[in-house]
Design a protein around this ligand. Structure first.
Ligand code: AN7
Length: 350
């Protein structure tokens, strides 16, 4: 049987007219257990990565976008609009194309990873670039979305978070229960809220016997929730989470409290260290923002936070190919050689 995408899989939770379903068969992403990294770093836990970079547009945004665009289609909107640090715009552009709708995307100047911009462009979105950051772009978009034919598909659209709950459903189905801890990067703080709601739903219908503690990580230069105030000029190498005034701020604080988890910060150095480690030790290439969750796991493990045998799921939110510039910057350059084997052999030491 063809895997139908998250809406048909979880139709009870995601009601919409069948004829309005707009899907790229997102979801059903692998839950992949860390092998070498947990051993090398002596982490006392069972660590699983939820590989959200393997969604059709390369990030978790597809889960929310399939439902937001389906509902917009059902309601008769002609266009969708979003502000984005990149991944939301890539997903909005792709799903709008699939639906035959126009996508309008507003991005901050100069700070959107190359792959994400390429996606929005090739899917035919109208791309606008504001001379400002994400938070300013979102303000523009909120106003334009008052137009009667335009539907806002940022995560303040409730359908986005409803779709994104499906990742928690899949994790419970894969593990047979919720994990002890769920680690996740935090930007606009929608995903942490979505996962928590998803875990709670599966707990309520007895598909899970426990609830995880939700542990979110912001980048230290863009950590408004941790610092307790809006950051006017957020800065981080993890451009996806370069957000100074998260749309779901209050909900995220409630989730941290209710789940007995927390929201903390990791530095760019910690993020980049985890980014290289997951690629070089466990063989999975994620984008820098995604590595904030793993950086958080490593940091908490090193401070003795976990009990031996704790189960930890870490969402790797986006694919590494989204941001090829960063991968190249973090790696030694290719070694120039003449075209013969001896020249190459001089460089290896096995
Ligand atoms: C790879 O695309 O906000 O805390 O405009 O792309 O739910 O916002 C992206 C966010 C984590 C943070 N990891 O999730 C956008 C945007 C990646 C991301 C986040 C984003 P939220």
């Amino acid at each position: 049987m063809l895997y139908p995408g998250i809406i048909k899989k979880y139709l009870d939770f995601l009601p919409v007219a069948e004829t309005s379903i707009v899907t790229l068969h997102e979801g059903n992403t692998p839950l992949f257990e860390s092998q070498r990294l947990v051993k090398e770093l002596k982490l006392p836990i069972k660590l699983f990565y939820k590989l959200e970079g393997l969604n059709p547009t390369g990030s978790f945004k597809d889960r929310g976008m399939t439902y937001a665009v389906s509902k917009a289609h059902e309601a008769g909107f002609k266009a969708v609009i979003c502000a984005s640090t990149g991944n939301t715009s890539a997903a909005a552009a792709a799903y709008a194309a699939r639906a035959g709708m126009q996508a309008l995307v507003v991005i901050p100047k100069g700070k959107v990873a190359l792959g994400k911009l390429a996606q929005a462009q090739i899917h035919g979105a109208k791309v606008f670039q504001v001379d400002g950051n994400f938070d300013q772009a979102l303000n523009v978009v909120k106003e334009v979305a008052e137009h009667p034919k335009v539907s806002l598909v940022n995560s303040i659209n409730p359908y986005r978070l409803m779709g994104q709950q499906s990742a928690a459903f899949e994790i419970v189905e894969s593990l047979g229960d919720a994990p002890d801890y769920h680690f996740i990067p935090v930007g606009n703080a929608g995903n942490i809220v979505a996962y928590w709601r998803g875990y709670k739903k599966f707990y309520e219908i007895a598909k899970a016997k426990k609830l995880p503690k939700m542990c979110g990580f912001q980048a230290a230069g863009a950590a408004p929730i941790v610092e307790g105030h809006v950051i006017e000029h957020p800065e981080t190498v993890a451009t996806a989470i370069r957000i100074g005034n998260p749309a779901n701020w209050k909900f995220a604080e409630e989730v941290a409290a209710e789940s007995q988890g927390f929201i903390k910060a990791v530095t760019d150095e910690e993020i980049l260290d985890a980014y290289r480690k997951v690629a070089q030790i466990d063989g999975y290439f994620c984008e820098p923002a995604s590595a904030a969750s793993l950086a958080g796991v490593i940091k908490m493990a090193q401070s003795g936070f976990f009990k031996s045998g704790d189960t930890v799921v870490c969402t790797l939110t986006g694919h590494g190919l989204k941001d090829p510039d960063q991968a190249i910057q973090q790696s030694p350059p290719p070694i120039p050689i003449s075209a013969d084997a001896q020249a190459l052999l001089k460089h290896i030491n096995l």
